[in-house]
Design a protein around this ligand. Structure first.
Ligand code: SF4
Length: 989
């Protein structure tokens, strides 16, 4: 696509901005490439394949070969700047050390090497194994006689770096086969985000977007390090600071972000809920609530069931034998019409507000200090500054990442953010909200496409055998009801979305008479999150499966065990740009590993076309700049080839329940072409009228009678009859100078840029802060951003949190399994008792029998281990440890310890050390740094060993994987692993 560059003056400005941020020592600005070098070159635009900021780049090619990649000065988020990784993308395409795969590789059972085979051979062999495994392990009915149509021996893992269209097809492919062991990176990084935010606001999304950070008065960065991990987001933090905003950083380490903060608080890993509980208590004790907002837009005034109680760490309804709660008392008192009773004076002892006051009164500043190690005075300074934004004309945002999510209480950590922001009246406003900083470029889009066991595209629940025998029962269970006339209760439309998806998948076969083929979807037997998937694989229950651009031998918890689990498979297909630690797991023990492995060469982001969705829900289109190397193909083409070959086998040979495969609506190739067209997939995702095949304008047009087809309702409006809106490059900043950029690309839902934006105005429709308006009610219509919940309702008519059946934000929520309010528990491995309760750890966390012996104790492992990332490397490392520019900057695995621990253990910077946990041990180079300091909590000093987790042995730069040390234990709601707090010991190697 031709690109209209900004004029030279603008380019110079962008470069200057990059250079300014470069002055912070962790960002590099875009250089203005010499005009001569690019003369006559073809330019196309793309989006960075690394983190979820979604920076734009311009790719210049000559003769079909990339000659330059640089930041796109027109792109509203990065304005030409790139971080170290973004600047190194060139070496993915033109890899100077020739690590890119360009041929299909095959490893036979017991083999010690790869063998080159053709695509034709590979696809035929893979399809044969898929069919044979499916037929052998297929379960049509379970022991209760329920139709489940499940392929119990197959799995699919990964996909967060694929394009939306690829993710959608992988998700569809897996479901058509009957796969329920379906997981990807989101489980490991932000699954607790989705659960925590959805339980509070109704959706699991970043509420605002990157540019909007500039509108904040106070920014709390907690459990994240944007200066290093989302560097370009720091431009917008810096812009806010230039406007007078204050930056608070709370983190166990004094990070690069902390070095720029106005206030810094250090907390022991795994104690976020004590710190945040302290802030909630501070708000409630000092009446720092935005009262009008709290009374009108939250459930603070709702009266709670008389049976609800909390005692010694346990909420009412706990069953110790099952380690789970009966949540029937975590509900409201209802009036005769079935509407929750309220006391808007907030004085009733059973109202949520009063119950919260009592619950959080235990979180005094002294208790916060004792649990977290953060001095009381620092805590109070932070609490005072952050909660100063309870005034209607002040606003604060929270930016967080995996330091918050990856705990056995990860979902409750996010809930605590939600509670705080609701009490302060900061949700739905420009400069406010809770902003989950996604680490993978398309982890938002891949989650939207449901590459997870528990959801269908668009966040509809999967059918479960025990709960949903047929479509009627399914809708009865998953379609919420509300009698409250103030509630829009958006999920009442769920039948339209599910039936339209079934129509998109099964086409003419899906009719009203057969429940639109609802039974053709596999029904899950039990939750199969990542940890369960690998424990079942280790137990030999899985036979074969797919890895879509994922390196779990580095990224998975207890990763040595996960590598052993892979040895139990009959076959494995890895699709990637390179050999990864995971695709070569068999090499060390090759004689004993009988697994057949197929390694399929994939195209990189600049070698294919499609959309990706950044953290702020902007779906942006990427263009193909050059062909992939050798025989490499896009994941879209690969999944299409495999599916079509499997379909041919079923057509020819029949087999177990062939209908969903043989009769599927699957045709993404134009006449005379062999490659699928991503735009045909994008059209299906958007939705169309079944008869006329006309694209629909939005999901408001969807029906539940089989007359509309739509792959993923939340993307309804992205590709209409007007065309592909994800390609847009309009630079109008939008209303109020808040930086909405409504004509740049397309954001879900409905191009809305700030979620819950009805809460940005009072009941009259006036912005809480007129200086910072981006939406308002004119008396007859909405102006500004696309209003949440439909334009026909004025602000006085409906509540703003439209996805909650109450219509309000939930301070008290029964949508989580481990408590309607938050509560501090120690990490599963901790050197401390829980000083608040005799219940030490999260009582609802699932502890599998197979992992019970895998936890360490503080007498053997006296230090707290934690992990984190670097600007120079990315996730499990395959996309950066093969790039010489980045390897030169950080070539080795290392750990960080405090000077006091170093002295005690006689360790110096540069020494090799051995770090041990109950799961295994690793070697790393030591870095002794003041950035890490011990905490004194309850009279006891505790030291931390911090480790980067990018390393493994399958790429050009190698080192031991930190995740050999981390446990197979997870959050009670989503089983996100507890990567951020575990017990270790350290010694000189
Ligand atoms: S890694 Fe993230 S911050 Fe860096 S250039 Fe890419 S998208 Fe931007």
């Amino acid at each position: 696509m031709p690109v209209t560059r900004r004029n030279f003056l603008k380019l110079s400005g962008a470069t200057a901005a990059g250079a300014f941020l470069g002055g912070t020592s962790f960002l590099t600005g875009c250089g203005s490439t010499s005009v001569d070098k690019l003369k006559g070159a073809k330019e196309s635009t793309t989006i960075c394949p690394y983190c979820g900021v979604g920076c734009g780049l311009i790719v210049s090619t000559r003769g079909g070969k990339i000659i330059n990649i640089e930041g796109d000065p027109d792109h509203p988020i990065n304005q030409g700047s790139l971080c170290a990784k973004g600047n190194a993308i060139y070496q993915i395409a033109i890899n100077p050390i020739k690590r890119r795969l360009d041929k299909v590789q095959y490893r036979r059972p017991g083999g010690d090497k790869w063998e080159e085979i053709s695509w034709d051979q590979a696809i035929k062999m893979i399809a044969r194994r898929v069919k044979d495994t499916r037929d052998k392990t297929f379960i049509e009915k379970d022991n209760n006689g329920v139709t489940v149509n499940r392929a119990s021996g197959l799995f699919s893992l990964g996909g967060a770096a694929l394009d939306n269209e690829e993710c959608y097809l992988v998700s569809k492919f897996a479901r058509l086969l009957g796969i329920t062991y379906l997981e990807h990176q989101a489980r490991l990084c932000h699954s607790s985000t989705v659960a925590g935010l959805a339980a509070t606001f109704g959706r699991g999304i970043m509420t605002n977007h990157w540019i909007d950070i500039k509108n904040a008065d106070v920014i709390l960065v907690m459990g994240s390090n944007p200066a290093e991990n989302h560097p370009i987001s720091f431009r917008w933090i810096q812009k806010a600071r230039d406007n007078g905003a204050k930056l608070i950083v709370v983190d166990p380490r004094f990070t690069r972000s902390a070095s720029l903060a106005d206030l810094y608080g250090s907390i022991r890993p795994g104690t976020d809920l004590a710190f945040l509980g302290g802030i909630i208590n501070y708000i409630l004790q000092n009446d720092r609530i935005q009262r009008d907002y709290v009374v009108e837009y939250t459930n603070a005034a709702y009266l709670v069931h008389e049976g609800y109680s909390f005692k010694d760490g346990l909420f009412s309804g706990y069953d110790a034998a099952k380690r789970s709660y009966d949540r029937s008392t975590w509900t409201y008192q209802l009036d005769e019409k079935g509407i929750p009773k309220q006391d808007k004076s907030l004085k009733d002892k059973r109202c949520v507000y009063q119950l919260m006051k009592e619950h959080y009164s235990r979180y005094t500043p002294e208790v916060v200090e004792k649990i977290t190690g953060c001095p009381k005075e620092t805590f109070l300074e932070i609490a005072d500054l952050f909660t100063s934004t309870h005034k209607p004309d002040k606003v604060a945002t929270i930016l967080y990442a995996m330091g918050t999510t990856q705990h056995t209480v990860g979902t409750q950590n996010i809930r605590a953010y939600g509670i705080i922001q609701l009490l302060l009246g900061n949700v739905g406003l420009a400069g406010g909200g809770i902003n989950a900083m996604r680490g993978e470029s398309n982890v938002q889009g891949s989650t939207d496409a449901a590459l997870l066991w528990h959801i269908l595209p668009g966040y509809n629940p999967v059918p479960e055998a025990a709960k949903h025998k047929n479509l009627e029962e399914y809708f009865k269970a998953v379609v919420p009801k509300s009698n409250d006339p103030m509630s829009i209760n958006w999920w009442q439309h769920r039948p339209k979305y599910v039936i339209s998806m079934l129509k998109a998948w099964f086409g003419d076969a899906a009719t009203k008479d057969n429940d639109f083929c609802f039974d053709w979807l596999p029904k899950a037997e039990k939750p199969t999150p990542h940890i369960v998937l690998f424990e079942d694989m280790y137990a030999g229950k899985l036979k074969g499966g797919f890895l879509w651009g994922t390196n779990t031998v580095v990224g998975g918890p207890n990763s040595a065990k996960e590598a052993k689990a892979l040895e139990k498979l009959d076959w494995l297909v890895a699709i990637d740009l390179w050999e990864t630690d995971t695709s070569i797991y068999w090499k060390e023990n090759y004689k004993n590993v009988k697994t057949e492995v197929f390694l399929l060469p994939a195209a990189s982001s600049v070698e294919k076309e499609g959309s990706i969705t950044n953290s702020g829900r902007w779906a942006q289109w990427r263009y193909k700049a050059m062909n992939p190397p050798g025989d490499a193909k896009s994941d879209l083409e690969i999944v299409d080839l495999i599916f079509n070959e499997v379909r041919q086998l079923y057509k020819k040979e029949n087999g177990k329940f062939p209908d969903p495969i043989v009769k599927a609506n699957w045709n993404y190739t134009h006449e005379g072409h062999h490659e699928p067209d991503p735009e045909l997939v994008a059209r299906e995702i958007n939705g169309y009228d079944w008869k006329s095949k006309k694209q629909l304008d939005s999901f408001m047009d969807l029906k539940d009678d089989g007359t509309t087809a739509c792959g993923n309702w939340i993307y309804g409006g992205s590709f209409t009859e007007k065309g592909n809106l994800m390609k847009r490059r309009g630079l109008d900043e939008g209303p109020g100078n808040t930086g909405l950029y409504p004509e740049w690309a397309w954001a879900w839902p409905l191009n809305r840029r700030i979620a819950y934006n009805r809460a940005a105005v009072n009941r009259k429709g006036e912005p809480w802060d007129p200086k910072r308006w981006f939406i308002k009610w004119t008396g007859s219509q909405w102006k500004g951003d696309v209003v949440d919940g439909g334009a026909k309702f004025g602000p006085e008519a409906k509540n703003p949190f439209i996805m909650n059946s109450e219509g309000v934000g939930k301070l008290f929520s029964n949508s989580v399994v481990d408590g309607p309010l938050t509560e501090h528990y120690e990490p599963m491995e901790s050197p401390f008792v829980n000083i608040l309760n005799s219940q030490k750890v999260n009582p609802a966390s699932l502890i599998l029998d197979s992992v019970k012996s895998e936890f360490g104790n503080p007498s053997q492992f006296p230090y707290v281990g934690t992990s984190y990332r670097l600007v120079e490397h990315w996730q499990a490392g395959a996309m950066t440890r093969n790039l010489p520019w980045l390897n030169e900057l950080v070539p080795d695995m290392f750990c960080e310890i405090s000077p006091s621990l170093a002295k005690k253990k006689n360790i110096k910077t540069g020494d090799m050390v051995k770090i041990k946990s109950q799961r295994g041990n690793i070697k790393a180079r030591a870095l002794v740094t003041e950035r890490i300091q011990p905490w004194t909590t309850g009279g006891k000093e505790i030291e931390m060993v911090g480790m980067v987790w990018h390393f493994g042995h399958g790429c050009a730069a190698s080192g031991d994987s930190c995740n050999i040390l981390t446990p197979h234990i997870g959050d009670a709601n989503t089983m996100i692993p507890e990567y951020k707090a575990f017990l270790v010991d350290i010694e000189k190697a």
